[in-house]
Design a protein around this ligand. Sequence first.
Ligand SMILES: [Zn+2]
Ligand SMILES: [Zn+2]
Ligand SMILES: [Zn+2]
Length: 951
Amino acid sequence: MPNSGSNTPQITTRRTRKNTSRYAAGSSRASGKSVRTLRVPNSIDAAGNAPVDVDGNLIAEENPAVDNVTLGHNHLQQSAIAAPGAIEAPYIPGMSHGSTGNNACHQPPPYDLRRKFNPSDSLPCQKFVVGGNGSAESDPSVSLSPGASSTLDVYLPARKKVRRAATGSTQNDVVKDGSHYLQYELPDEVIYCIFGYLLEEDLCEVSKVCKRFNTIANDTELWKNLYQRVFEYDMPLLYSGPTKFEFVNPEEWYSNPWKESFKQLSSGVHVRPGYQAMVEAEPEKYKGTNITYFDSIQSAMDLSDEVDNLLIFVHKGIYRGEFLVIESNVQLIGAAPGNIAENVIIERSSESAIVFVEGAKTGYLGYVTLKFSPEMGFNVPHHKHYALEICENCSPTIDHCIIRSTSVVGAAVCVSGVNAEPTIKYCDISQCENVGLYITDHAQGIYEGNEISGNALAGIWVKNHANPIMRRNHIHHGRDVGIFTFDNGLGFFEENDIHNNRIAGFEVKAEADPTVVNCEIHHGQTGGIYVHEKGRGVFIENRIHSNNFAGVWITSQSNPTIRKNEIYDGHQGGVYIFGDGRGLIEHNNIYGNALAGIQIRTNSDPIVRHNKIHHGQHGGIYVHEKGQGLIEENEVYANTLAGVWITTGSTPVLRRNRIHSGKQVGVYFYDNGHGRLEDNDIFNHLYSGVQIRTGSNPVIKRNKIWGGQNGGVLVYNGGLGLLEQNEIFDNAMAGVWIKTDSNPTLRRNKIFDGRDGGICIFNSGKGVLEENDIFRNAQAGVLISTQSHPILRRNRIYDGLAAGVEITNNATATLEHNQIFNNRFGGLCIASGVIPIMRGNKIFNNQDVVEKAVNGGQCLYKISSYTSFPMHDFYRCRTCNTTDRNAVCVNCIKTCHSGHDIEFVRHDRFFCDCGAGTLSNQCQLQGESTQETDTLYDSAPPMETHTLMVN
Ligand SMILES: [Zn+2]
Ligand SMILES: [Zn+2]
Ligand SMILES: [Zn+2]
């Protein structure tokens, strides 16, 4: 049995242990004499988790000849067999921290006494044997023995009689009086106090003496004290394997997490300047512990050539000038109380603070601060130097580090090269005077939960075929873009929160092609996503909102896919495509933006499908300056201005959209807006469904335009357009208005069930109307007025509730081969002085109720009331002082105004003001006067939107 003694200098110890794989040899194991004096009673180490020694497992494996190890194994079996008959619960009053699972007592431990002593004031310390494989997991005989479940083992009592040692033991069984006193007569408090002076290996050893010792020696507070002296952590750190570190809340842990953590971390070495000298100066004081200390990280790292996954604790301090190029699987972790990383600082000023190179596969760096702080005016360019640099063919884990760089060039972290695949998680890369995280040259890796903020340049750069996976990072308040992918950069970005960056949240440039899923990109000081210079990228299910500029910008031959995003509350538009932009904009929900939901400009030609574009403070889709685009199956609704605006040489194609419930126009073509509008449903607008003006010449086919609060289609101010096969119905005003020098072509439309006229042509309107079916409208099927001159060919105008065709007010018209029938007031009504060109029309079977009323002596007001305008001979009564704005029907003239001074006005559209009761005399034909009306009611004028210029 090796008996090197715990006072062997640690460096020597470490060299000795080089032959083992984990530095586990027990340098502090005591002499054989101790074994005889306080030998382990056999009932104890079968007690489940009780006799866990810090590094005993390895001793057992590697030193099978050690006799008490053998003994320990036998104990396990023996006690297991003995267990059922030997249960007497070893309840110790006041013991709440026992690890036996005794749940009978939750009182606080009565060991306040211990706090009065500083355990580091060394008392003569009884040295116990380390050894015996107490770990149940590592001894198959425990788990495999029938009837020897660990539950039973836990309750095995301390025994007064020391059992005979197991086979193979040659030790003396005699228990001396002193040990009896210690074990059975000393009060718990005193034992606890004494144990408070023991170091970890001793404590493990005494725990094997008896049940009572075991319980006390496993006290959580005892271990917490020990643990924090060595590791300094505020919480137990579990270490389940290379790179697998986890702090646990001791309150939530079922047994003694401090001891468990101590055991798991015991193979590590410590960088704690000055400590090795201290140990060497007072070796007695450090008996019972087995910790290796170094003064520098570099010297500890030398071991990593020999030990895979060498675990190094770097204690509080500022480590400057360490040359740390890591090419092995070393695990470097900060060790300090409080905020660990803030207390452990690795800093350099002329070279990268830490570099991982080929060979660091499962390397780990955690809980430290890395700083690169080049001196001001430093001559050597340091754009190739970083706080953290990860090179090709390595894959370390960087965890919970704070990373800072004051270099005004380059980046704080650089990951570069083929197979550079780090895991960088929970790091804080902030306030750097350059780029936070730079990934380039085919590098990959996983980047999770990092805080990247306040950096002078981009938070993240991804370049040159780099393809990282980035999840749940928080990238904000940068003084440039949040994430910048460029020069063929790739990457998968998921659930990142990107906000308050000075430039765009996410920028894609120069054939970069990232995938961005489920991120939140918001409150940017410019746009949300900016794709340019042939950028690509897939953006899915992101929430893009509250940005100062557009949520998404696409320009310069870029062609991203924007799918299923929520794009809302932007201070400008939702998606802005300009400068030869392309892109697939699909299934997005775009709403509440200050400017257009989607804006397409300057030769851009995106595909816009299946989006919902609504509740904008401006228009829905705005296409201008030769914008194009295929716009299909969107729902555009409840926008403040037009649902779709098309202007200035634009030629988009809109198909199968639902455009409705806007607070102004549905689709608005103006100033040479063109394009195709096909198979859309356009309904329930406050203004016209479609409005065309000023040189615009769209093709409008097979749309349903209905339910508007105003007209269906308004063409005015020189508007053109071809309207074919549309259904225009149930609008509050005319189905189609043609006004002010406009000249559209309408073919094969169905214009019906209007709450006003079918087609109204006013103010020098023209137009070619061919083969339309115009029916069931409340007012004239076609009303032609005020210098207008349309051409009507082969239309069918029927079942109107007023006249079929009316021509008045110096208008004229060419009517060829129309069929006008079954209209209530009459077929064709032509005012005085109007001479239309007529050829081959069929006017038949009209109800002619106007003519019948006149012949029957009725007042025409009876058939028109004040809402329509029967065309007939109307008069003025000078006696009753009627004005140009009033007129009186022929029968009222004959009866009500008999003997008055009257004058024929003309044959035209009026209602009778006598019958309406607006004159001073009482109408004798009407019976009783109806409600007051003194205005000439004409078809209400259409409301025109005025373009608000944007961008
Ligand atoms: Zn009348
Ligand atoms: Zn009169
Ligand atoms: Zn009258």
